[in-house]
Write a new protein. Structure first.
Length: 115
């Protein structure tokens, strides 16, 4: 089963979920604000998919800006960055589609075809 992490109030997440439904993809829905990714999940996804850590941060989000992370992130270790992401789902770029083969970060129309 694929895992779809989203924020239900986000218009981009809604569009992404609509495309998933139209394509008939089976997903387990998870509200990223209510049930954010754990350190273990993030570490596994990063390692298995060779994901650059900064791609996982929601750089346009209010929490990111309030915490002034643009200035702080370069001084944090990878472990500290992962712990920060796991501390608040609103720091994580969304939506995230986790399949057996890959992690798809963000959304553009057509991105889920052939998944």
């Amino acid at each position: 089963m694929n895992l779809f992490l989203w924020y239900p109030k986000c218009s981009t997440c809604k569009k992404a979920y609509q495309e998933i439904q139209e394509l008939g993809l089976q997903v387990e829905l998870r509200d990223i604000k209510e049930n954010n990714p754990t350190v273990e999940e993030l570490t596994m996804w990063i390692e298995q998919n060779n994901i650059e850590l900064k791609k996982l941060f929601n750089t346009s989000g209010l929490v990111y800006k309030e915490l002034k992370l643009k200035e702080k992130l370069p001084n944090l270790s990878a472990k500290q960055q992962i712990e920060l992401l796991a501390s608040n789902g609103m720091l994580v770029k969304r939506p995230l589609l986790i399949t057996k083969k890959e992690v798809i970060i963000g959304y553009k129309p057509g991105i889920y075809k052939n998944k």
